[in-house]
Design a binder for this molecule. Structure first.
Ligand code: RB5
Length: 141
């Protein structure tokens, strides 16, 4: 699975750690930026990732800012995006099984790296359950 990943300055350090982890796990990861710790605007990177998903460049994406809140708000403005902000692994699994989330948002200033890696692993390996959940997401997709 090809995964896109983006961050602002608040998520940059965690993003580098997640990219290294995903590469070790054998995933193909494309970084849409930012590329340093200087201050940038998170909507620019949410836009890049969401537009790349619409273009079919990635099946799923990960967005990281300081809290994950701004990224999730920006990403969920897109009709084709179902972005889930997760601070623990149960919600990450449920966001796939019940909500078919195609973007995972994380808080670089909230999460430790080991918890973040577990959330990402859980999210990438969980499958959408379909059925009644498909009917529900069709109400807003
Ligand atoms: C940047 O200071 C911070 O506002 C941003 O990373 C994010 O937390 C916004 O939701």
């Amino acid at each position: 699975m090809k995964i896109g990943i983006g961050s602002d300055h608040g998520g940059f350090v965690l993003k580098a750690q997640i990219i290294a982890h995903l590469n070790r796990e054998g995933f193909e990861v494309v970084d849409v930026g930012n590329h340093g710790e200087s201050s940038v605007d998170y909507p620019d990177y949410a836009d890049k990732l969401c537009e790349a998903i619409a273009a079919g460049d990635f099946e799923r994406g990960i967005l990281i800012c300081g809290t994950g809140i701004g990224m999730s708000m920006a990403a969920n403005r897109y009709r084709h995006i179902r972005a889930a902000l997760c601070y623990e692994s149960f919600s990450a699994r449920m966001s796939r099984e019940h909500n078919n989330a195609n973007v995972l948002c994380l808080g670089g200033r909230v999460l430790g790296v080991e918890l973040a890696k577990d959330i990402v692993h859980t999210w990438l390996h969980a499958e959408f359950a379909g059925g009644r959940h498909q009917n529900r997401i069709e109400r807003f997709c």
